[in-house]
Design a protein around this ligand. Structure first.
Ligand code: ZN
Length: 280
């Protein structure tokens, strides 16, 4: 199985579809972060890591309650599963199989295999809910922090010995970002990015894309700030939502030129646009 060794203690399984899966080897246990979409792949990664480090998986930490980050949860059903309490309703819907077919159809445009993955998933509820902050490990070396921003349940995980920060979708590398949730909070999001710009961080591991360093955080923060500014200006000029999604001013981002602008980005634009006051 091909994965990236980020530091001696951290391995990253990069996914093309669905979120990355990361493994942090502590003194006598393995902590996994997110699961990706595929239960079988997540199981294989867990097995590979348990063999490599000769330690058992104890805990799965979920960066937030978006399906592409936890659909493979069945690979960790015997572990502690940690998530932000704000995300509880999101998990409940999927675990109870109460997701309408139309939702999965919509998701298929972003994740073509999602219906198959959902059918073979072995979902259960997280069993450790965190309101604000929780530390893990014998030496409390791993800190889970509820942040909000991308979604109200968006959280970060910091591994202090290697100064590595896991950020879920608060940074989506090399793609047009998704910020279209009813509970997306741009202020919280930008403030979190500003905090990270000030912190001593060696590597940043995003939910999608490869390993980053701190300068990438600034690029994302500047893009989001400009985005809000531009949208506010358009709002005061009375630009319609239909016109908005046709404009190419939003295409100059921190992602490569070859990245595709998918319907999810336009959906995000419109939602953010609606949430802005005319006064900006
Ligand atoms: Zn997400």
């Amino acid at each position: 199985m091909k994965y990236e060794q980020v530091t001696d203690s951290i391995a990253l399984l990069k996914m093309n579809q669905g979120s990355n899966v990361a493994c942090v080897a502590l003194e006598d246990e393995l902590i996994f972060i997110d699961t990706g979409l595929n239960t079988i792949v997540a199981k294989e990664f867990r097995k590979t890591m348990e063999k490599k480090y000769n330690k058992k998986a104890s805990t799965l930490i979920l960066t937030h309650g978006h399906i592409d980050h936890f659909l493979g949860l069945g690979a960790f059903s015997d572990c502690k599963v940690v998530a932000a309490s704000f995300g509880k309703p999101r998990f409940e819907r999927f675990v109870a199989q109460e997701v309408p077919e139309s939702f999965l159809d919509g998701m298929s445009s972003v994740f073509p295999s999602i219906k198959v993955e959902y059918a073979i998933s072995e979902l259960s509820m997280p069993n450790m809910w965190v309101k604000e902050r929780k530390t893990c490990g014998k030496k409390q070396e791993l800190t889970f922090q509820v942040i909000g921003g991308h979604s109200e349940c968006s959280s970060s995980i910091f591994y202090s010995p290697d100064r590595v920060l896991f950020v879920g979708d608060l940074i989506q590398a090399d793609v047009y970002p998704y910020f279209g949730e009813p509970d997306t909070d741009m202020n919280k999001w930008i403030n979190a990015l500003k905090d990270w710009e000030e912190q001593d961080i060696q590597f940043i591991l995003p939910g999608h894309g490869g390993v980053l360093t701190r300068n990438y955080v600034s690029k994302v923060r500047i893009y989001l700030e400009n985005l809000i500014k531009t949208l506010s200006e358009f709002k005061s000029e009375g630009i319609s939502e239909e016109e908005l999604v046709k404009l190419d001013v939003f295409d100059e981002g921190y992602w490569p030129k070859k990245a595709t602008r998918k319907p999810a980005f336009n959906f995000s634009l419109v939602n953010l646009y609606r949430s802005l006051n005319n006064s900006g």
